[in-house]
Design a protein around this ligand. Structure first.
Ligand SMILES: [Zn+2]
Length: 153
């Protein structure tokens, strides 16, 4: 990547949350929009967003080291609040009964179809059917493995 591209990516990373960047990345998919004719521009734009997402990933919450690789999942489950976790990733939540809803970070969502259940510490999207607990949430969002995801909770 040349210097200008790096600067553009840094500017994007500074302005937007990782979730907003992912939304933008999905919505700037030229292959899904045959009516857009300026392919070189959109391809450049997408690769810049991609670079910004990499920058955000590097800035994500610092992993907590675990002694001798042992992870006490129950303790992590106990202390993790999926709502706080989602907010840490820049997801804007709306209260919906006992749950929260938001624009789904995993697909290009026009109206909130992503639900968080704080009691069960789970998420479900009625748009793309993404589903799981708070650890799956971090794994999917960051595209990382189980252990690394637990260390970010
Ligand atoms: Zn979804």
């Amino acid at each position: 990547m040349n210097n200008n591209a790096q600067t553009d990516a840094e500017a994007l990373a500074e302005r937007f949350s990782i979730v907003e960047l992912r939304h933008e990345y999905h919505s700037a998919d030229v292959s899904a929009r045959p009516d857009w004719d300026d392919f070189p521009y959109w391809n450049w734009y997408r690769s810049t967003i991609e670079a910004a997402i990499e920058i955000k990933k590097a800035q994500a919450p610092t992993p907590v080291p675990h002694l001798a690789g042992h992870i006490d999942i129950e303790a992590v489950r106990e202390r993790t609040d999926i709502v706080t976790l989602a907010e840490k990733y820049g997801i804007r939540l709306l209260k919906s009964g006992n749950n929260f809803k938001a624009l789904c970070p995993f697909h290009s969502d026009k109206s909130p179809s992503f639900y968080l259940c704080p009691d069960e510490k789970r998420f479900h999207c009625y748009g793309c059917q993404a589903d799981g607990d708070f650890i799956d949430f971090v794994m999917k969002l960051e595209n990382i493995g189980f252990k690394e995801a637990v260390s970010r909770c």
